[in-house]
Design a protein around this ligand. Structure first.
Ligand code: COI
Length: 355
């Protein structure tokens, strides 16, 4: 991870900040954006000099490959402010690694490490006032890459745009989250792009999720595409199951996003002496545990969602509500994780990154 690069990214100053028009107490996730954005173009085989410009619409040719073939990847990150007004990122090296892994799978050229870190640092120094203090407040960062070459031939683009936009955020889900276990639709298949943060992975979930929404479920827990017997991830979150006192989560494979929060939860569980098993989790064992009152918790983990308890779920015609525990694992992980993210506790894993 680069901590000492000096790129001197050029900044085109805004005329006036929009910050006074923002109601920070009533934020809908991802609706409000800050004053600046980071932009870096790729053409003639290289990433050009990045710059930071006022947040504004961009102009792209209607034939650009991103519109026709979905050649696009993204990341989700958050910046946190501590009581001393210092700003922190959480494991940004993981996001950097993953965006390039996603890019590789989508035939997009890798982005240089110093551009990524210097871009984030310069942008966050400019946008510091947009980061509210306090647990749950953050600045959600959305790095993304799109294919901009005009022309509808089905081949990788020669031109790209890497950008970072920032949105002040509170909770991703407001209210209780209930999920449906997928029986028919799939999110990803073996050998596909499920592990990548490819834009199309999210588009492919919208229709089945809207059917689940109409039945009162906020999300789907996706099962493996070939048998639908094993639980994988929830699309906006990785998922954990607590059966008795054992914590279970599916191993990474080429269908599941390698979540940064997921891997942090596994490390925190091991550190706390919680019995954690990373293995395939069958629908059958979860249903049986629920029927025997042994399924204590299901929760999701993700950058946007943080740790989100699932209050109930459905599979076929069966519906289950989960108990509300005083000493839930979800509560423990959320607090322990946030203490690290907001510089409220020791960072013994070295996960914090100071801006
Ligand atoms: C994130 O957690 O950052 C994600 O990318 C999920 C997104 C769909 C909001």
């Amino acid at each position: 991870m680069k901590n000492d690069t000096v790129l001197n990214i050029e900044v085109e100053q805004i005329k006036a900040s929009k910050i006074d028009q923002v109601d920070f107490d009533n934020l809908d996730f991802g609706k409000v954006f800050t004053d600046y954005m980071f932009v870096c173009d790729y053409s003639e085989g290289e990433w050009k000099k990045p710059e930071i410009v006022p947040y504004q619409p961009i102009t792209i040719d209607p034939s650009a490959k991103v519109f026709h073939y979905g050649q696009a990847v993204f990341e989700g990150m958050k910046a946190y402010k501590d009581d001393n007004d210092d700003v922190w990122l959480f494991r940004p090296d993981e996001n950097f690694r993953r965006i390039n892994l996603s890019s590789q799978r989508l035939a997009i050229p890798e982005f240089p490490e110093e551009f990524f870190f210097e871009g984030l640092k310069t942008l966050l120094q400019l946008e510091k006032n947009w980061i509210q203090k306090g647990f749950g407040n953050s600045l959600y960062l959305r790095p993304f890459v799109i294919a901009t070459e005009p022309g509808v031939s089905a081949s990788p683009s020669s031109d790209y745009k890497f950008m970072i936009i920032c949105s002040p955020a509170k909770a991703y889900y407001s209210g209780e989250v209930r999920v449906k276990i997928a029986e028919k639709f799939s999110r990803a298949a073996d050998g596909g792009v499920g592990f990548a943060k490819a834009a199309g992975n999210y588009a492919a979930q919208f229709y089945p999720t809207s059917l689940a929404n109409a039945q009162g479920y906020q999300q789907i827990i996706w099962t493996d595409a070939s048998s639908h017997e094993y639980l994988e991830e929830a699309g906006t979150m990785n998922v954990f199951f607590r059966i008795g006192d054992k914590l279970l989560t599916s191993p990474n494979n080429d269908r599941i996003l390698d979540g940064v929060t997921r891997k942090s939860v596994i490390a925190l569980a091991e550190d706390a002496g919680i019995d954690v098993e990373v293995r395939r989790v069958s629908v059958k064992e979860v249903i049986e545990a629920a029927e025997n009152d042994n399924l204590k918790e299901i929760f999701g983990s993700g950058t946007a969602a943080v740790i989100n308890p699932i209050s109930g779920f459905a599979f076929q015609d069966k519906k289950f509500e989960l108990p509300k525990l005083e000493d839930s694992y979800a509560g423990y992980f959320k607090k322990t994780l946030m203490d690290i993210q907001y510089n409220n506790s020791e960072d013994k894993f070295g996960w914090r990154y100071k801006i």
